[in-house]
Each structure stands twice: as C-alpha cells, then as structure tokens.
Design a binder for this molecule. Structure first.
Ligand SMILES: Cc1cc2nc3c(=O)[nH]c(=O)nc-3n(C[C@H](O)[C@H](O)[C@H](O)COP(=O)(O)OP(=O)(O)OC[C@H]3O[C@@H](n4cnc5c(N)ncnc54)[C@H](O)[C@@H]3O)c2cc1C
Length: 426
C-alpha cells in the first residue's frame, strides 16, 4: 500500500473521472494555510477556507484522493461509529444533541457540494441497517425511539422481514431500520469533484509532494523533498497515513486495514432491486450496495494489523456468499484494501494541536459524511470562530499506548473479542 504514484487498481479507479496530474512542489512558497492530505477532509477544508478568502495550499503525497477517500465503501451515513445511545450517555443530552446535529449537517454539506459544483458521483439516498438476531432488532427499535423522541430525526422507519424481502433476495434479516436521509456514492469521483472545485476557487494543489517534516514556528514550515510551504496555519488531514509526521496527533488513533470486493455486472441477478445501501449490526459488520452500473460492492473484512491478508479476496467473497448465497458463480472483478483510522472513543479526533496546527481524522469508519463537517468546522476555527469546532475538540481522546508493537496486538484482541460476541450473542 505504499506505492503512491498512481491510483491502486479498484472499481473506483476503473470508473473514475481522474483529473490531470498536478505539479510537484519545488522551491519555497507561502500561504495562509497549508493542508497536508488531498482527501475528503483536505478538500472540504480547502473549499471552506478559500470561500473565506484564505490563500490555501494542499500537499498530497500521491495522486489526489489516493487514500481512503478514493477506496472506501461510499456509505454516507448520519451519526458516528459510537452508537446514539452511547453518544447520549457519554456526552449528555445537550452536547450529544450538538454532535448529532453536526453529523446531520455533514450530509447536508455533501448534498450542497454535489449541487453547487455539479459533482457526478452516483449519489443515492436510502440506507437500511439490518437486524440478524432479536438483540439487533431490540437495539434498532430503541435507536429509532431515541432518534425520534429526543433528536428530532424523523427520516427513519421500521421495515419488517417481508418488506426487506421485497427489495433484496437475501433472507438473512429479521427486520431493519430504514433511513431515507443516509446515502451512498462513488467516493473517488466525489473527492475529485471537490478537488476540481477547490482548484477552480484558487486553491494551489501539489501531487507527489509528501510533507516530510513539520517545523513549528511563525510561520510553520512544511518541508517536502523538493520544496517548503511557509504557512501560519496548518491542517493535518492525513488520516491513517501520518507516519511520524506529528507524534501527538498520531498517538490517539490506530490504522486498520479494510477490504472491499466488487462483482461483475449482474444484470437481472442484481440482489438489491431498489438501489439502496445496506449494512448489518454485527460488531464485525457486513456492508453492501449496488453500484450505478449494476454490480454489488461488498465490504466489512478488516485486518486488525496494518498488514495484509493474503486471502483477503476469498474472505470478502465468503462473507458475501453468507448474505447472497445465490451469487456463488459470480466473478469478483475488483478487490482492494485501504487504511482507516480508529479512535478508542469511536468518535473523530478534531483538535487544535498548538501553534496553529490542527488535525481532523479518526472518523472510525464514518468519514464519508463526517469529513465534510470536519472541513467546515476547522475552517470556522481558523477564521476565528471555534464554537462549533469545540463541540468536537472538547472530546477527550485517550492516548493509545506506544510502542507500535504493543498497539497492534491490543487492537487485534479488541477486534477478535467483538467478532466472538457476534457469534455467541443472542
Ligand atoms: C476500505 C475502506 C472502506 C471504508 N468505507 C467507508 C464507508 O463506507 N463509509 C465511511 O463513512 N467511511 C468509510 N471508510 C473511511 C473513510 O474512507 C475515511 O474516513 C475518509 O476517507 C477519510 O478521509 P481523509 O481525507 O481524512 O483521509 P484520506 O482519504 O486517507 O486522505 C489522506 C491523504 O493524505 C495523504 N497524506 C498522508 N500523509 C501525507 C503527507 N505527509 N504529505 C502529503 N500527503 C499525505 C494521503 O496520501 C491521503 O491521500 C472506509 C475506509 C476504507 C479504507
């Protein structure tokens, strides 16, 4: 996963609206803000900052959207990895509500961007979270009750198994919570649409320009192999690829490798007939959705280490066959993996790290929507109004022990424990 000069081989790359290569940074330049990382976080922040009149530079070590933004499942969901009940309990009704409302705004920002910048990214509303066993149904029904009664979120309805069978051939599910607001999309094309919009607004973008060293000062200095950006303010938008650039930011997240498979085109064998995205409620969850050209995209296999499964494609396939056994003879035409960053709190880490350096990462599998609001609140804070930024930055993120050799087995054990609960739980 270290080769950054081109996009990895994926369904998204094969169907992507790839932009012309941007220049490599050479020599010294100045800017108001330097954003490190050309993914959803970086370009959302760049657009918001540029609209506020800032002079902005984006540095990307590979191609634009080379990281998770160009590889993910495209599930664009309301909320956080931390469930709503836990959100409510952990943060209390007022703060919990503010966090919830910001996650709703994330989806509004996505719709705004698509319409304002005319981004062609197969955006489709409608998503269902599926129950496999009675405890899931109980949890989802309680979730619906809380959403409607306390959070004024009224786009959800309960679907029984018969209704689910009307839209999918899978017979695995006993019910599900349908959400007409959450969505799915082609994430590489969305991010490249953001990148194009940012450049049209005047953001300077450099590819193949890895930030190798960040020297704090006034201004901060961000060094690359062939150049340097001097900028008062800096945003680390590097997700799980920080790799030593800023130890403090890195110490509260862990990288996890996740895999996706995409089938051949299915024609009238498409097992989801209404174009909606689906996932189940297991700790080690399956998520799947039809693509715009009639395939199934299937994800959910995670490797607990920052390493590779040799048989990852077969693992994804086996998980898909549990849901859609009738697809046994179907070819998996694309398969790939990528890194995402998780935090112990299952909440994003959006913080000011001191010296006008900010970070936004650790979305824990919910970044397709949350990066959009992250970019907005970081821009607000850089422009002098940190009120909404602080709704996130007040979250106390626990440090994850170093050295790395200890961090990885701890994560592996947590993931295996969660998977065991899926199998043993009622
Ligand atoms: C396989 C997979 C499936 C996923 N599925 C979903 C999903 O369905 N729904 C969901 O909400 N989330 C999902 N996620 C998570 C989601 O993709 C991320 O949360 C989101 O894309 C984060 O965006 P980002 O811009 O912060 O990071 P990224 O898109 O990873 O961008 C970071 C960029 O920074 C660059 N970079 C890093 N270090 C440097 C440096 N020193 N100098 C210059 N550039 C640097 C990298 O090359 C990279 O392009 C998934 C992730 C993966 C890997």
């Amino acid at each position: 996963m270290n080769q950054t000069s081109e996009y990895i081989d994926s369904y998204y790359q094969a169907t992507g609206n790839v932009l012309p290569q941007q220049p490599v940074l050479t020599g010294d330049i100045t800017a108001d803000v330097c954003i490190i990382g050309g993914g959803m976080t970086g370009f959302n922040a760049a657009i918001e900052l540029r609209k506020r009149g800032f002079d902005v530079v984006v540095l990307e070590s590979g191609r634009l959207s080379w990281g998770a933004s160009g590889r993910n499942g495209g599930m664009c969901l309301v909320g956080y990895c931390l469930g709503l009940h836990e959100l409510d309990e952990t943060f209390g009704p007022e703060w919990g509500r503010q966090l919830w409302d910001l996650s709703c705004e994330s989806l509004d920002v996505v719709r705004e961007r698509i319409s304002e910048f005319n981004i062609d990214c197969d955006f489709q509303q409608n998503y269902i979270e599926l129950a496999i066993k009675p405890s899931h149904e109980e949890e989802l029904r309680a979730y619906q009750e809380l959403m409607e009664s306390r959070y004024d979120y009224n786009s959800v309805t309960w679907w029984d198994s018969d209704k689910i069978r009307e839209v999918t051939t899978s017979s695995r599910y006993i019910g599900g919570l349908f959400d007409a607001n959450s969505a799915h999309m082609h994430p590489l094309n969305y991010t490249l649409g953001l990148a194009r919009a940012a450049m049209e607004l005047g953001v300077k973008v450099f590819e193949q320009s890895r930030a190798t060293k960040l020297v704090k000062g006034n201004p901060n200095q961000i060094h690359t192999e062939q150049g340097c950006v001097k900028a008062k303010q800096v945003l680390l938008a590097c997700n799980a690829y920080l790799d030593g650039l800023h130890r403090k930011a890195e110490s509260k997240t862990l990288p996890v490798v996740s895999y996706i498979g995409v089938t051949e085109q299915l024609g009238d064998r498409q097992p989801i007939t209404n174009n909606m995205a689906m996932s189940d409620l297991n700790n080690s969850l399956d998520y799947f959705r039809p693509t715009a050209d009639g395939r199934i995209l299937f994800g959910g296999v995670n490797h607990p280490f920052n390493g590779e499964y040799k048989d990852s494609q077969e693992r994804v396939r086996q998980r898909m066959l549990k849901v859609f056994p009738q697809l046994g003879d179907v070819k998996m035409e694309h398969h790939w993996g990528g890194l995402f960053a998780v935090t112990r709190e299952y909440m994003p880490q959006i913080e000011h790290l001191g010296n006008d350096i900010y970070t936004a990462h650790g979305y824990t599998g919910h970044g397709v929507s949350l990066t959009n609001i992250a970019g907005r609140v970081v821009a607000e804070a850089m422009a002098g109004n940190a009120e909404r930024f602080d709704v996130f930055s007040r979250i106390k993120h626990k440090w994850i022990p170093t050295p790395k050799i200890l961090r990885k087995p701890a994560l592996a054990m947590a993931i295996w424990k969660a998977e065991l609960e899926d199998v043993l739980g009622s």
